[in-house]
Design a protein around this ligand. Structure first.
Ligand code: SF4
Length: 67
């Protein structure tokens, strides 16, 4: 989105033609370090990730779905 500057190899197109973060076979974001669970492109992470607030209603809903 907008000024996002994501490494192209970590992105892919969704079914509607938009660019999204690629997921690996485990279903998690390609930028996630599986050992530390930290973002490997933190300073360049997409705007949607910058705006995401841990503990808000979206976060709680995602945790509910995936736990
Ligand atoms: S902050 Fe965004 S780009 Fe980084 S690992 Fe999480 S979902 Fe992926």
């Amino acid at each position: 989105m907008g000024d996002d500057n994501i490494p192209p190899a970590m992105t892919e197109r969704d079914r509607w033609g938009g660019w999204i973060m690629a997921r690996l076979d485990d279903g998690w974001c390609s930028a996630l370090d599986r050992r530390t669970l930290l973002c490997t492109i933190y300073s360049r992470r997409p705007m949607i990730c910058r705006e995401y607030q841990a503990g808000d209603s979206d976060c709680i809903e995602e945790r509910r779905i995936h736990n």
